[in-house]
Design a protein around this ligand. Structure first.
Ligand code: TYM
Length: 380
């Protein structure tokens, strides 16, 4: 089956092998994993479970980025969020990984909140709606535990004066035919949307502009954002900057299952949000999570379940760090020892634990929101 994958549409059967070929990205191989593991060890960190399990599966130029870091050169990280609603578990995947990278590289992180993008691309959203989500999303994001001193928040409309002169330098080098081919735009697309990729390109070189020297950039994101950075990588050398490197993950599938042809997305209202309370998390999992279990307990005990399609199990591969625990769950589920209701409880417990930690940190950060939103202003 075919797929359609742009930053604004993700539908179909995600055959990641094919996406690698179609997008021209590279698989993260054993040699690269080893290099990352060596660097992580120096910081007392393990190789992240999302790397061990191939969830972060592809990259552009990460070898170069590791070389630069290895030489002792300054490097930085860049990722972002489009504030079109509440932050959900899918968004959490690259964010948790970015926190690991910040610890590993001890690097500055630039977090872009593309309020302009969500206003332009979502008919139903007013600028006021998007602004409200932006503040809430910033708190959720920072509550993941980023280093406050090393993290700068970019809000496109708030920091327009800083971003716009750089964005037009990028935009001047991108033709309409390039964005049409990269993003599937047509003559009905509004002109703000056509321009937008230039805004998402800017944080990949903004620190180099501010610090007046070229600094290597690494961008963690899910594979849907790659078209932006394919364009960015084409343009930046023409402006005298490095191409940014990227490290890319697969999608956390929706609760409805991998066959439902969808990633977890804000447009599907059974998503799990960081703000959901324990009751809501348990209810959504019990009610909607696609199960690889058998129809009756008897049958399940006899035939066993299928972890490959079971959403609670698949989600555990994203969120349960402990390989031994995960293997036992896998084996017990497959043999029929662990029932569908039991594996649902395991993933629900894990998520409730993660979300409670984030919520606690969010409350502690709330009074610092203004300061956090102004973190970039001190840089220029
Ligand atoms: P947004 O808000 O759509 O998504 C934020 C980040 O979450 C990733 N993502 C997912 N990852 C795993 N499973 C899912 N189901 C899932 N759904 C979304 C996205 O790939 C993204 O990494 N335009 C961007 C905001 C942005 C950005 C960036 C993102 C600006 N600069 C640099 C990444 C890197 C957006 O709307 O993301």
């Amino acid at each position: 089956m075919d797929y359609n994958l742009t930053p604004w549409e993700a539908k179909g059967n995600f055959d990641y092998e094919r996406i690698i070929k179609d997008f021209g990205i590279s698989r993260i191989d054993a040699k690269l994993l080893n290099r990352i593991e060596v660097a992580a060890k120096k910081k007392g960190l393990p190789l992240h479970h999302m790397l061990r399990r191939g969830i972060f599966f592809a990259h552009r130029d990460i070898g170069w980025f590791l070389d630069e870091f290895g030489k002792g050169n300054d490097v930085f990280l860049y990722t972002g969020r489009g504030p079109s609603g509440k932050v959900h578990l899918g968004h959490l995947v690259p964010l948790l990984f970015t926190k690991y990278l910040q610890d590993l590289f001890g690097a500055e992180l630039y977090l872009q909140f593309t309020d302009d993008e969500k206003f332009l691309f979502k008919k139903e959203l007013s600028l006021e709606d998007v602004r409200k989500y932006t503040e809430d999303n910033i708190l959720d994001t920072m509550a993941i535990g980023f280093d406050l001193k090393k993290t700068k928040i970019i809000i496109d409309t708030k920091h327009a004066g800083l971003l716009y002169p750089e964005a037009i330098r990028v935009a001047k080098k991108i033709t309409f035919s390039t964005v049409k081919a990269s993003f599937g735009f047509d003559n009905e697309t509004n002109i703000g949307s056509i321009f937008f990729t230039a805004m998402q390109a800017v944080p990949a070189f903004l620190p180099s502009v501010l610090k007046k020297r070229n600094i290597p950039c690494l961008i963690p994101h899910a594979v849907d954002q790659d078209p932006h950075f394919r364009v960015t990588r084409d343009i930046l050398p023409k402006l005298g900057y490095y191409k940014p490197a990227s490290i890319q993950c697969m999608f956390l599938p929706s609760l409805l299952g991998v066959e439902s042809e969808s990633k977890m997305s804000s447009s599907i209202d059974n998503g799990i949000y960081l703000s959901d309370d324990e009751k809501a998390v348990r209810k959504k999992i019990n009610k909607y999570a696609f199960s690889g279990g058998q129809a009756t307990v008897d049958e399940h005990r006899k035939k066993g379940g299928n972890p490959e399609v079971d959403i609670p199990y698949i989600w555990l591969t994203f969120f349960e760090e402990d390989d031994n625990k995960l293997k036992k769950i896998h084996d017990d589920y497959k043999s029929g020892k662990l029932l569908s209701g039991e594996i649902k409880k395991i993933i629900a417990d894990k998520l409730v634990f993660i979300l409670n930690e984030i919520k606690e940190r969010k409350e502690k950060l709330r009074h610092k929101l203004k300061e956090i939103m102004g973190s970039l202003d001190k840089s220029f």
